[in-house]
Design a protein around this ligand. Structure first.
Ligand SMILES: Nc1ncnc2c1ncn2[C@@H]1O[C@H](COP(=O)(O)OP(=O)(O)OP(=O)(O)O)[C@@H](O)[C@H]1O
Ligand SMILES: [Mg+2]
Length: 146
């Protein structure tokens, strides 16, 4: 099952540079945060936007570690026309998300959490795309434009 998320943009972006972080421990979550912060600052995002981006990374990297144990965050500095931005992809081969619609409405949590991580992150970003199934695991792609 695939859900395109309302805010997903189909903008064709050029990738200027990219990097990956493997996330399988609490320390890796911290590293993912730090790297995303450094890249977002270098791109020139405002302090507020840097905080939004780092908050999103926290939520999605934590989910990967918590629910799939292991995953990869890929960051990309992107450009489309005069716009510059950041794309972050969180990819794991975990069990997948059963109730994608419920998760996007923040009505579903399997860990006793608030169930707001994904919904909150979607609000902080300009584009959000979620693909998840039991065979391939979960891939979440977010973008923020400057
Ligand atoms: N990478 C993933 N793999 C498998 N299931 C996931 C993944 N990410 C999220 N989920 C599922 O989606 C649900 C909702 O995630 P979300 O981050 O929105 O809330 P939460 O983690 O339950 O609580 P919170 O993040 O507010 O502490 C989770 O409870 C979990 O069942
Ligand atoms: Mg969560």
């Amino acid at each position: 099952m695939s859900e395109d998320g309302k805010t997903s943009d189909a903008v064709d972006a050029q990738v200027l540079r990219s990097g990956t972080i493997r996330v399988r421990s609490e320390d890796d979550i911290l590293r993912a945060r730090q790297e995303a912060r450094a890249v977002a600052e270098e791109i020139g995002f405002s302090t507020t936007d840097v905080t939004r981006i780092v908050t999103g990374v926290s939520e999605l990297a934590r989910n990967m570690h918590l629910y799939a144990e292991d995953g990869i965050m890929t960051w990309r500095e992107i450009e489309a026309g005069r716009d510059s931005g950041i794309e972050l992809v969180f990819d794991d081969e975990g069990p997948g998300i059963d109730d994608i619609q419920g998760v996007l409405r923040a009505e579903h949590s399997t860990s006793g959490g608030m169930g707001r991580g994904i919904q909150g992150t979607k609000k902080l970003m300009d584009a959000f795309d979620l693909t998840s199934n039991a065979e391939d695991g979960t891939t979440i792609t977010v973008r923020k434009w400057q």
